[in-house]
Design a protein around this ligand. Structure first.
Ligand code: KIV
Ligand code: ZN
Length: 397
């Protein structure tokens, strides 16, 4: 018996991409979006179309490529922003306009320089307009966790009245604590949602290292969408990490009996692909996808794991797509081992592609003692650049 489905809203290409050192070009965004679709997320937030021509083009390209997943475009409450989001989604099979405005007094006074009443009217205008341009509208109250609860509920009620079907509660500055956040979700659920067909979403930042804990507390309190990113990338300390959220629900289904559509064995390939595209290594001790997440060096641990992996592993490496093969790839390795590793990483190469990758691999192995999975993914990019193979080719729009 499950307690319902939690939608996984991935914002790697928007909140993640807008953080320092994480930018991607159009082809890279489309490639990542295709992997997110393979991973099985419910929503891909593809960008903030008013921010730049590049963002606009990327949302358009992702919308034309990913047909099974909901594609969201972010916009503020201004008319031009909303039009641009709608235009970027024109070819989407399942478009969602995601409009937001800040609701905390700090933001109203120092950033927006608007009164509460004005922000309420901006919300009414934006959601009404977005709803005329898209079948599905999500409304976010930026800095919700530092906002006055009565005002937050009032503004959310206006958003629902105007047709928003997803209400997002962002912990924009990563300030809240799990019990406090759960109480806020319950308040919105009881005072705004009640029996309406409206989904409560949460979007947690990691400034205190609590993004995943806060998101899980919110789910337990009634949130049914979580916003997150691969490898936890995002503004400042990042967003809630998708792989941690998904595996927490998977491993602790006894306490968190919620379904989601993620194919867990695609988690590591997704993490490796992102890391290769942005050139940003995953910290070795990162939960689920870090290089050390399934490594055991201490003798006592090694002994326990040899007898039974359950002694020190709460999930199998295979369940998250970490290749369990002990084959070390070096200059003496052959095509078979290379093909097997690519297969484990989610790339099934045609014979000609394998030949090209193998030639590039042997050259690299002559120069480098240890070949990492990321090197192998990069080689495919290199092979493509040299002779335009199709391995990394993104759909063009
Ligand atoms: O952190 C935040 O508040 C956001 C919103 C735009 C959802 O990213
Ligand atoms: Zn954010």
């Amino acid at each position: 018996m499950t307690a319902g489905k939690v939608a996984i809203f991935d914002t790697t290409l928007r909140d993640g991409e807008q953080s320092p050192g994480c930018s991607m070009n159009l082809e890279e965004k489309v490639r990542m979006a295709q992997q997110l679709e393979t991973l099985g997320v419910d929503v891909i937030e593809a960008g903030f179309p008013i921010a730049s021509e590049g963002d606009f083009a990327a949302v358009k390209a992702v919308a034309a490529t990913c047909r099974d997943t909901i594609i969201a475009a972010l916009c503020r409450t201004a008319e031009e922003d909303i039009h641009r989001a709608a235009r970027s989604l024109a070819r989407a099979a399942r478009p969602r306009i995601h409009t937001f405005v800040a609701t905390s007094d700090i933001h109203l006074e120092h950033k927006l320089r608007k009164s509460r009443k004005e922000v309420l009217e901006m919300t009414r205008f934006a959601v009404r307009m977005a709803r005329n341009l898209a079948a599905e509208v999500e409304f976010s109250a930026e800095d919700a966790t530092r906002s006055d609860v009565d005002y937050l509920c009032e503004i959310f009620s206006v958003a629902v009245e105007e047709g928003a079907s997803i209400l997002n509660i962002p912990d924009t500055v990563g300030y809240t604590l799990p019990t406090e956040f759960a109480a806020l979700v319950r308040a919105v659920r009881e005072r705004v949602v009640a029996d309406k067909q409206v989904t409560i979403s949460v979007h947690c930042h990691n400034d205190l290292g609590l993004a995943v804990s806060n998101s899980l507390a919110a789910i337990a309190a009634g949130a049914r969408q979580v916003e997150c990113t691969i490898n936890g990338i995002g503004e400042r300390a990042g967003n809630a990490s998708l792989e941690e959220l998904v595996m927490a629900m998977h491993v602790r289904a006894d306490q968190l009996p919620f379904e989601n559509g993620v194919k867990t064995e695609q988690l590591y390939p997704s993490s490796q692909l992102l890391s290769t595209l942005i050139g940003f290594e995953v910290q070795p001790n990162k939960a689920i996808v870090g290089r050390n997440a399934f490594a055991h060096e201490a003798g006592i641990h090694q002994h326990g794991v040899i007898n039974n992996p359950l002694c020190y592993e709460i999930m199998t490496p295979e369940s998250v797509g970490v290749p369990s093969s002990n084959l070390v790839l070096g200059k003496h390795s052959g095509r078979h081992a290379l093909a097997l590793r690519y297969d484990e990483l989610g790339y099934s190469l045609a014979p000609a592609e394998l030949d090209r990758a193998y030639r590039a691999f042997t050259k690299l192995a002559d120069r480098k003692k240890r070949i990492y999975d990321q090197d192998l993914i990069s080689l495919l990019g290199g092979a493509k650049a040299q002779d335009s193979g199709l391995v990394f080719a993104a759909a063009t729009v």
